[in-house]
Design a binder for this molecule. Structure first.
Ligand SMILES: [Fe+2]
Length: 243
């Protein structure tokens, strides 16, 4: 009898040890107290259409645990021609309305800058918005096969000025996958680029399947998920613009 108990005890310890030793790759990516990527400012991009929608989005994120929400509207020349001054004015209006509505989250202004051939020059001219103690500058790029040619130039232009490049929704980019992608990830990390991953309010990243899942697992295993953002565009758990 004692032998059976001892065997079962050892089995339990082994199972516990296995759980403790499980690699990070199976862990879920969850939203964090600071949502560093969302489109809650009304009427400036494909995010909130009006103030009611903005407030509903802030409430949704607050209910999901957000304490700080960084409003990162698109700055995308030719598509969403937003400027730092224009976004700052719109942000002030949202902040006032959120306070009047009793929504107790801290709001901060950022932007989602589109990486095109002109972004490095816009950074040199000061046409960008940084946020947080990290002095993050969130930027996105196209998802086509090859990496944007000015990628490393943009990163260096930011780091030379004491800012931290934060690459938005890294799981989307085909050019960061595969052997060439691995090498580029290493290069980006080596020069100070941080990675932001998307996590919708209502849908888990687990199970991580397919090429995107494998990429996310690799990021987790290497400790390269620096920030998580909802990328919320609508007050729905999926949060996408077409909803
Ligand atoms: Fe976004």
């Amino acid at each position: 009898m004692a032998g059976i108990i001892a065997t079962r005890y050892r089995a339990a310890v082994d199972v516990f040890g296995w759980f403790k030793k499980r690699p990070a790759v199976d862990r879920e990516i969850t939203l964090r107290p600071r949502d560093c990527h969302c489109h809650a400012i009304p009427g400036v991009d494909d995010g909130a259409r009006d103030l009611d929608m903005s407030l509903a989005m802030l409430r949704l994120l607050q209910a999901a645990g957000a304490e700080t929400i960084v409003c990162t509207s698109h700055m995308y020349p030719g598509k969403y021609d937003n400027t730092p001054d224009g976004l700052a004015r719109a942000f002030d209006g949202l902040q006032t309305a959120a306070a009047a509505a009793g929504i107790g989250v801290r709001l901060e202004l950022g932007a989602e800058h589109f990486l095109d051939d002109g972004l490095a020059d816009r950074i040199r001219r000061g046409e960008f918005i940084a946020f947080g103690p990290e002095r993050y500058v969130l930027f996105e790029a196209h998802t086509r096969e090859h990496a944007p040619r000015s990628l490393l130039e943009v990163v260096r232009t930011l780091t030379d000025r004491g800012f931290t490049p934060l690459l938005a929704h890294v799981e989307r980019y085909h050019w960061l996958r595969g052997d060439d992608g691995d090498e580029l990830c290493e290069d980006l990390r080596a020069v100070g680029t941080k990675f932001q991953v998307n996590r919708t309010v209502g849908k888990t990243n687990v199970p991580m399947v397919g090429p995107r899942g494998a990429f996310l697992s690799m990021l987790l295993a290497r400790g390269w998920v620096d920030e998580v953002g909802s990328d919320l565009h609508r007050p729905t758990p999926e949060g996408r613009p077409f909803a």
